[in-house]
Design a protein around this ligand. Sequence first.
Ligand SMILES: [Zn+2]
Ligand SMILES: [Zn+2]
Length: 630
Amino acid sequence: MDFKEIEKKAMELIPAECKLTKVEAEGLDVVIYLKDLHAFYANDQLIRKLAGALRKRVLIRADPSALKPPEESLIAIREIVPADAGVSEVRFTPEFGEVMIEALKPGLVVGKGGGTLKAIVERTGWAPQVQRQPTMASSTVKGVRASLQKEAGTRKKFLQNLGKKICGPILKSDYVKVTALGGFQEVGRSCALVETPHSRILIDCGINPETFEPTKAYPYLSAMKLELDKIDAVVLTHAHLDHCGFVPYLFAYGYDGPVYCTPPTRDLMVLLQMDYINLAARQKEGAAPYGVKDIQKQLAHTICFDYGEVMDITPEVKLTFYNAGHILGSAQVHLHIGDGLHNLVFTGDIKYGFTRLTDQAATQFPRLESLFMESTYGGHNDIMPSRFDTEKRLTELVKSVISRKGRVLIPVFSVGRSQELMMVMEEFAARNPDLNFPVYIDGMVLEASAIHTAYPEYLRHNIQRRVLSNDSPFESKIFVPAKGERKDIVEGDPCVILAPSGMMTGGPVLDYFRMMAEDEKNALFFVGYQSSLSVGRKIQRGLKEIPVMGDDGRSNSIKINMEVDTVEGFSGHSDRNQLMHFAKAIRPSPQRIFTLHGDENKCEDLARSISRQFNVECRAPMDLDSIRLK
Ligand SMILES: [Zn+2]
Ligand SMILES: [Zn+2]
C-alpha cells in the first residue's frame, strides 16, 4: 500500500471529533497526529481497526499544540505511576512527542490492559515509551539510550525519509538472487546480499575476529563493486563480531540506511564494536576501519523489533525475526519477497538443543523455499556430549581443583558462553555450600551480563522469572567483579575465574594465565572453540612452555605446570546431530538448502548428508558465488 492510500484510509477511519492534523510515515510505522486524544481513546477498538486496515504498526501522537509542558507532565506522571514501579528516569523527546519512562518494573508503568499508559497520554498528551532498567548497572544500555535521545533530531529526519521510501510505489520483481560476500565455506566475516530488481538487502556484515589483515578479515564488498549508498537495508542476526563487526564501516563509507535487529543485539553490538576498536588499535596492522562516530551513526540508524513482528522493510520485502537460541537476542531472518514470489530464511548461528540461557531455535515459518543454514559443527564427527554430562564433568573438575586449594581459570567469550557458565556455576555453588568459593568475573563479561538483565523476556522462562522477581542469577553473591589487583585474586583463596578472550588471543585471561601457569595446583579449562591459529589451541594441544613479553620489555618464558583440560558441550552452536535434526524439523520443508558458516569440509559434509537423507537439493556455496533463487 503506498502512502497516499494509507493517508486516505486513516482519514476515513478516524472520527472527525479526534481532529486529525497529520498522517506521517516514520520508519516502519505510520504516525497519526490528533488534537483530541480523549475522543480517540473513547473507542477502544479504533487502534486495532487502524492497524488492521493500514497493515502497519500505527502510533497515535498528540498534535504538538496539544502537548502539556514537560514540567507539568512530569508531575502528572509521578502521580499516575505507582511508586513501586521503581521509575528511575523520565525523559521527554519533543521530536517524537514521546516521553521515555525507565523503570525497574515496566509492567506497573504499563498498568492492567495498558490502563496506566492510557492515563498518562490522556492527561499529558505525551506518548509514553516504557523501558526496563537493567537490575545490574550497565554503562552500555545507559549510553545507547542517552545517545538515541541526543540524536533524536537526526533520527527523526532519517525515519521520515525511510518511511517515504518504504511506502513508495510497489514495482513488480521477477527474480531473487543471493550473493555470498563472506562467511561461506569459512567462519568469520558473515555477509550475504539479497537482491531483486528493486531491493538490495545485506544480511549480516561481520569481520573475521581472528585476523586483522583486511583481505581476510573483511567481507568482499569492494570486490563486488557494491555501491554502499544503493543498499536499502542491513539486517543482523546477532551481536557477535563475525556477524556485525563491519557494520560501522558501511556508515563510514556512504551507507545511510537502516540497520534492523532485536533490541538486545543493538546493545551487545555496540559493546563489542567499541571493544574491537580498542583491540585493533593495539595491533601492528593498525586501527579498526572505523571509529566511535561511525558506531554512533549506526546506532542512530538502528531500528529494533521483537521476534514474530512482520515488518515491511522495502515496498516489496517483509522481514520477520525468529528465535535462534544462540545468544541473547539472536535471530533467524525470514524474508517474504514480492507478495509470495519467494521466501527465504538465514539461520545465522543456531542452537537447536538445550541451553540454560535461551529457548532452542524456532523451526516453524509461515512460508519457506530457500534455507541458508550454519554448519560450524557440520562435520560427521562433530558430535558433542550431552549437556548433562558436560556440566557434570566441568563441575567435577572444578570441585577437585577447589578441594586441593587451587584456582580455576576459564577463558570465555564475553557474550553468550560466559553467562551460560555463570548459570552452571551458580547452581553448582548452591548445591555445594561447603565448597564456598567465589567466581571472579573479569573484563566485559560483567557488562555483557548486565545487558542480559535489561532484556529478561529474551531469556528462558525460569531465568526470566528470577530476573523479574529481583533474584537475578547474574547477581548471585558467588560472582565477584574483579575490580582490584589480579595478583591478589591469584594469590588469594581457591576460586574460579571467568575471563576473556575465549581463545586467549588477548584480554585479561592472559594476565591471569601468566601468574597461574607455573603452579600445578591450578587449572585451565577450555570450554569453547579454539581456532587453529590461537594461543588457546596450542596450549590445549599440550604446549609446555610459552614465550611471553615481560613488563620490562624482555621476553621470558612461562612453564605450564597447571592442569589443562577441555570440556566440550557448552557451545552455543548446534552439533552435527542437532543440525541434522533442525534441517529435518523445519516447516514447511524448504525446496533447497545452502550450508555456510563452517570450514569448507564441514559445509560440504553437512550439505551431502542433508541432500542424501532428506532428498532435498543442498549445497555449500563459496564466497563470491551468486545464486539465482527465483
Ligand atoms: Zn555467533
Ligand atoms: Zn558466527
